[in-house]
Design a binder for this molecule. Structure first.
Ligand code: CA
Length: 414
């Protein structure tokens, strides 16, 4: 695959996250009602406006969420992608007609790109599971006995999934220090990030009807950056026996652009060799992961200097999103357009590849030193965390943009 050139010349820069090859989908507004859009170069293309002007056939793009369009299925997705290649490609006869629907990206507001039907979070990165398991249960019991046989997950909250740029309130909750006699209630003291990729389900499944891994892959519309904010002290006290609850219910941030499966196609790669053979319903018919470089920066309160605290790659996952989705539907659980599946924290093998502060500071025992000399174990009020991701092609890249959140002080609670 090579760079597809556009008459929107900023899209042809090899460093541009949004070349014509990408065409991610989002929802924007610029004074009026929010509607669907794509990105090309440093511009947003108003797909809702184009649909209203009769340049695109009715696909639900005038709506303030991608759900209706996603629910139309892979043929509609491919059709629109081909139409946009024609409109935006170098030498297009339609340039003059399309140009009036372009807006500078830095002058628009981006919204949550789809109504999150439900949010499920997995725990499918092996390095992360081993690191956390070692801290909580010791090295011998690091991986639970089911871990190598299925992608472990829990049902999270869709109500608090927010778009990048939304400030996050420090949660309050019940915690108990190991040596304390009784729990207390107050602001979280060990607030953390989890660097994840979110898979966005585009077409649903029927209740009572499992799907194969191949069918699951075809149901996925695209991927977003996802920060699964986590309150470690609340989590440590509440998580047994049913898993995380309030520790992860207060906020999950996602990037405003859904990068499509089609754009990521050239970057497919395989999940790692299996330590234990998977049951047939979880076996993949082909490569289902993607080679996507990911990073996290922290900008401490009062500073303008971001420090890179983690660099890793989505190819570190043990289970793909398609396997997670097939497992999710395997009981007969109905999946819907707009379901969001968090990959699980993506940690690589080395210390600098760890996708959470819990791992980076080894349970708070090894503070990080940032560029300006500040140290951190967990997140302090006013700190800004930014996730980035891109797949590197030859002469172009497929960017995810950023997923940003700043922590605000906890609410006053009697
Ligand atoms: Ca998570």
């Amino acid at each position: 695959m090579h760079l597809l050139k556009s008459w929107v010349t900023t899209a042809n820069d090899p460093e541009c996250p949004f070349p014509l090859n990408n065409l991610p989908f989002g929802v924007f507004s610029n004074g009026g009602a929010p509607r669907c859009c794509t990105a090309v170069g440093d511009k947003v293309l108003d797909l809702g406006g184009m649909e209203r002007a009769g340049l695109l056939k009715p696909l639900g793009l005038t709506e303030p969420a991608l759900n209706t369009f996603m629910d139309k299925g892979p043929e509609a997705w491919a059709g629109l992608r081909a139409t946009l290649f024609g409109f935006l490609g170098e030498g297009s006869q339609a340039a003059a007609m399309v140009e009036r629907h372009l807006f500078p990206m830095d002058a628009v507001t981006m919204h949550l790109p789809f109504r999150v039907s439900e949010y499920t979070d997995f725990y499918a990165g092996r390095n992360h599971a081993i690191n956390v398991g070692t801290m909580f249960r010791g090295a011998e019991n690091a991986l639970p006995p089911n871990w190598l046989h299925m992608p472990i997950g829990y049902n999270g909250r869709a109500s608090t999934v927010v778009v990048s740029g939304t400030d996050i309130r420090r949660p309050v909750g019940q915690t108990k220090a190991p040596d304390a006699d009784a729990p207390g209630f107050g602001p979280c003291k060990r607030l953390d990030i989890e660097l994840e990729l979110g898979a966005v389900v585009g077409t649903g499944s029927n209740m009572g009807q499992p799907v194969t891994v191949a069918e699951a892959d075809a149901m996925i519309f695209g991927y977003v950056l996802l920060n699964d904010w986590s309150a470690r002290d609340i989590q440590a006290w509440e998580y047994q026996p049913l898993g995380p609850f309030q520790a992860k219910a207060f906020a999950t941030s996602i990037s405003p652009w859904v990068v499509t499966r089609a754009a990521l196609e050239p970057f497919r790669c395989s999940t790692p060799d299996r330590e234990k053979d998977l049951l047939p319903y979880l076996r993949e018919p082909g490569p289902m992961l993607y080679d996507i470089d990911l990073s996290v920066t922290m900008t401490p309160k009062g500073s303008k200097t971001p420090s890179t605290i983690c660099q890793t790659n989505y190819n570190e996952m043990y289970y793909s999103a398609a396997q997670q989705l097939a497992h999710h539907a395997s009981s007969g659980c109905k999946m819907n357009a707009g379901d969001l599946l968090g990959s699980g924290t993506i940690s690589g093998p080395e210390k600098e590849n760890r996708g959470s502060l819990l791992e980076l500071t080894w349970d708070g025992k090894e503070p990080l030193t940032l560029e300006g000399g500040e140290t951190r174990t967990f997140i302090e009020d006013g700190d800004t965390l930014t996730l980035r991701g891109h797949a590197q092609g030859s002469g172009y890249c497929i960017g995810f943009g950023t997923c940003i959140g700043t922590i605000k002080p906890a609410p006053i609670f009697p």
